[in-house]
Design a protein around this ligand. Structure first.
Ligand code: TLP
Length: 346
């Protein structure tokens, strides 16, 4: 049976070119700064993001955690969106491990924070208050349907942050998707952030890894916090080699994922019992509502026909990626259509 895995772009496998590069990678002990392949990847990443330096971490969650710990002290707070990945899906790491409080404000439909609301949320210096030590944005914004933040969107919040001398962190797990969708260099999207993390192991198809980019001093601090959380690794060039291939050759192809997402969204919009606004989907995350039937039962039915995805909730997310072809989208739409029609008839 055909299998189409739409659960996430994290399910992507390394490309044959990555596997070759990994097998041939020159390695060294990165805790001594001796891994030439990782050093090359970090230099490439810093250059691409337009920052002075970069440090490799195991995951996007670790990238955000290490960034927060590097910006904030125990007893400080960070201002982030109420639908941000940091707040909702990273197990409260900064609070659990760093004693950092989360001050959440409203994310709008596009995942934006209102600069005035950010400003109002910043705590004045007062013995009663936590110190606001970081402001966080997310681009693309996962819960907002992969929505992109433009340079101007980020700048509006950065201006507030700068005025109050508070660092701005960008969770850019999928910033390359934003860059391709907006046809804007990733360095411009990251320009107003003091630190930015991006993931190699989502749309870029690497097996492991994320990178934090920022100023020299910040990245030095991040290296220390990475050590604290047990994230320093040794012959990491084996996985860094895949990252080099990704930055060299996997970015432009994200446009294909976006085209497939659009095709998927347009097709889903034609199916009864599904509610979706296809025009609002500029990248590779396709969110929609099941408006008719039991979502858990429907998910089971599509799973039986080889479509991985769906959930017991009404709001579903399908994700396009390197492992998904235009033909897979046709197949997924056929399955969704027949399952929803069977459901309506039963
Ligand atoms: N997101 C994953 C799951 O956690 C939901 C996904 O499938 O989308 N920032 C953003 C915006 C993310 O979407 C994710 C992962 C992360 C950070 C964390 O990255 P990892 O999974 O590498 O820790």
């Amino acid at each position: 049976m055909r299998e189409v895995d739409l659960r996430s772009d994290t399910v992507t496998h390394p490309t044959p070119e990555m596997r070759e590069a990994m097998a041939a990678a020159e390695v060294g002990d990165d805790v001594f700064g001796d891994d030439p392949t990782l050093n090359r990847l970090e230099a490439m990443a810093a250059e691409r993001l337009g920052k002075e330096a970069a440090v490799f971490v195991a995951s996007g969650t670790m990238g955000n955690l290490v960034s927060i710990l590097s910006h904030a002290q125990r007893g400080d707070e960070i201002i982030i969106g109420d639908r941000s990945h940091i707040f909702r899906s990273e197990a409260g790491g900064a609070s659990a491990l760093g004693g950092v409080a989360y001050n959440t404000i409203r994310n709008d439909d596009r995942g934006l924070l209102d600069p005035d609301e950010v400003e109002a949320a910043i705590k004045p210096a007062n013995v009663h208050y936590t110190r606001t030590a970081m402001i966080g944005l997310e681009n693309t914004h996962n819960a907002a349907g992969g929505a992109v933040l433009t340079v101007e969107d980020t700048r509006a919040v950065a201006e507030v942050a700068r005025r109050h001398e508070i660092p701005l962190h960008l969770d850019g797990a999928r910033i390359f998707n934003a860059s391709v969708a907006l046809e804007t260099p990733v360095s411009e999207l990251a320009a107003d952030a003091d630190s930015v993390t991006f993931c190699l192991s989502k749309g870029l198809s690497c097996p492991i890894g994320s990178i934090i980019c920022g100023g020299n001093e910040f990245i030095q601090e991040a290296r220390r916090w990475r050590k604290v959380v047990g994230g320093s690794m040794r012959q990491v060039g084996i996985i860094a080699a895949a990252g080099i291939v990704a930055l060299d050759s996997m970015v432009e192809r994200l446009a294909e994922d976006h085209a497939n997402a659009r095709k998927l969204a347009n097709g889903l919009a034609q199916i009864p019992g599904i509610s979706i606004e296809p025009d609002k989907l500029p990248t590779n995350l396709v969110f929609f509502e099941i408006t008719d039937g039991d979502p858990a039962g429907l998910a089971r039915k599509i799973n039986e026909r080889g479509i991985k995805g769906g959930s017991p909730m009404r709001r579903w997310r399908f994700v396009t990626h390197y492992g998904i072809t235009s033909g897979d989208i046709d197949y997924a739409l056929d399955v969704m259509d027949s399952v929803m029609r069977e459901n309506a008839a039963s």
